[in-house]
Design a protein around this ligand. Structure first.
Ligand code: HEC
Ligand code: HEC
Length: 397
């Protein structure tokens, strides 16, 4: 009873103090700890749907590149030279790339046909579209080093002028993602995106306000695609040790210490022109990015061919998967067989694949050298890129 009364008196004294200011003889100020703020984030939509931390975006803008890539970004071989990559822009692109809401029935994302673990391609010859039945008419293209194809045109037949223009083509394609004119087109997708809480926030981060437009969508996807740069293959590590910017060939013809004898033989064939006994691949698929050279014509798959196709970078071509625009070759062995003795004549056949007589080149390599060339192509597989956290699925599934 006495204790209860004195406690009550003490409490009254404290209340008095806080109302009228400190009167205690000790002059100790009373510290009132404010209640913790509500657990709010400025990006509730992002936090709820995605594993991203908007305050700590991953680094896409200034990637760490080996010395043999120095100067390639921002140079003539960089089709992104007019559109700098920002961390927030590429992050938005990453979300778009993995978002199944980009297909009309919520089943397919870009990653469905461009899987990180498969070199950003599809192990299937033709990819299945949103309805689970229709398939693409071409094989899905690997996406590493897309930015280094100098003309900047996209698709096997180069029909899209830029990476930006390409970005919305699969979305409005009636087989791939299904937002074709009959289903409301891109306007219909933009309306859906405005209703998904994470998009206004991501557009705010990337562009300074939350307005969602086709142009902004295209630019964000393009930033993501241009960020997929391959520098982590066994060839890159081996070449870095012999890279020499002072040499005319920058050291690509040097033996690589970490390679087997077979891989080094394949490397030699790849970089040596046919008149000197090589296979001449590097005249078109150019190191260190292995992107296709700008002036390449056809590689003679079909007799009488008049069309000119491009190739994606050969980085990750060792990841199992069909090859060429129609996925006609199941293995790299078949690819090498084609270049060895299968090239067909036609108006579009490139000069580099013709012999001195103008006829299709016949390398006649023999089984040992063909296997060596395949072994070399496998050294271009980038196992680091296959697990790089900047390119993984950001959705909480
Ligand atoms: C249903 C499968 C499928 C989906 C979904 C898909 N793609 Fe593709 N992608 C392909 C195929 C097939 C090609 C080759 C098409 C052609 O050349 O006609 C291709 C080609 C590309 C290219 C051209 C690469 C080059 O070097 O020219 C890029 C870039 C690309 N896709 C990015 C994307 C993006 C971004 C998305 C999502 C917005 C996407 N793709 C969705 C199958 C797909
Ligand atoms: C004249 C330039 C040229 C030369 C030389 C050349 N290629 Fe190609 N390569 C191409 C073109 C163009 C394509 C795309 C063809 C298509 O799909 O229609 C291609 C496609 C490929 C592909 C398939 C790419 C994919 O994503 O499916 C591989 C692998 C390849 N070449 C390897 C080689 C090798 C190995 C050599 C040397 C023996 C070589 N190339 C020589 C132009 C060339």
């Amino acid at each position: 009873m006495t204790r209860g009364l004195s406690l009550a008196v003490f409490l009254v004294a404290i209340v008095g103090c806080s109302d009228t200011g400190p009167t205690s003889v000790t002059d100790t100020p009373i510290v009132v700890t404010p209640p913790p703020p509500p657990a709010a984030t400025p990006f509730p939509g992002i936090t709820a749907a995605l594993t991203l931390d908007p305050t700590q975006l991953l680094n896409y803008a200034t990637p760490t590149l080996p010395a043999h890539y120095a100067g390639l970004i921002g140079s003539l071989t960089d089709n992104g030279r007019t559109a700098p990559v920002t961390n927030a822009g590429a992050t938005l692109g990453r979300v778009l790339f993995y978002d199944r809401q980009l297909s009309i029935n919520g089943t397919k994302s870009c990653a469905s046909c461009h899987a990180q673990a498969s070199g950003f391609s599809d192990p299937a010859r033709f990819s299945v579209g949103f309805d689970g039945v229709g398939v693409t008419t071409a094989h899905s293209m690997r996406l590493a080093n897309t930015r280094f194809y100098e003309p900047g045109t996209m698709f096997w037949d180069r029909r899209a002028a830029t990476v930006e223009a390409q970005a919305t083509e699969p979305i409005i394609n009636a087989v791939e993602m299904g937002f074709d004119a009959a289903h409301g087109g891109l306007d219909s997708l933009l309306r859906r995106m405005r209703s998904l809480a994470y998009y206004p926030e991501l557009f705010q981060l990337a562009y300074g306000d939350s307005t969602i437009t086709t142009d902004r969508l295209q630019r964000a996807v393009a930033q993501y695609v241009r960020s997929i740069i391959s520098t982590g293959s066994r060839w890159d590590t081996g070449y870095a040790a012999v890279f020499n910017p002072g040499l005319p060939d920058r050291g690509v013809n040097q033996a690589i210490a970490s390679f087997t004898a077979q891989e080094n033989r394949g490397r030699e064939l790849y970089f040596t022109p046919p008149p000197q006994g090589g296979a001449g691949c590097s005249a078109c698929h150019v190191a260190p990015t292995f992107a296709l050279v700008a002036n390449s014509l056809s590689n003679g798959l079909d007799a009488g061919e008049t069309r000119i196709f491009k190739s994606p970078s050969l980085k990750n071509s060792g990841v199992p998967g069909p090859f060429m625009h129609d996925g006609r070759f199941a293995t790299l062995e078949e690819v090498v067989q084609h270049y060895d003795n299968g090239i067909q004549n036609g108006p579009a056949l490139d000069q580099r694949l013709r012999g001195p007589n103008g006829q299709p080149l016949r390398l006649n390599l023999g089984p040992g050298d063909r296997a060596a060339l395949v072994a070399f192509l496998r050294t271009l597989t980038d196992t680091q890129l296959a697990v790089d956290p900047r390119f993984t699925d950001p959705f909480r599934r």
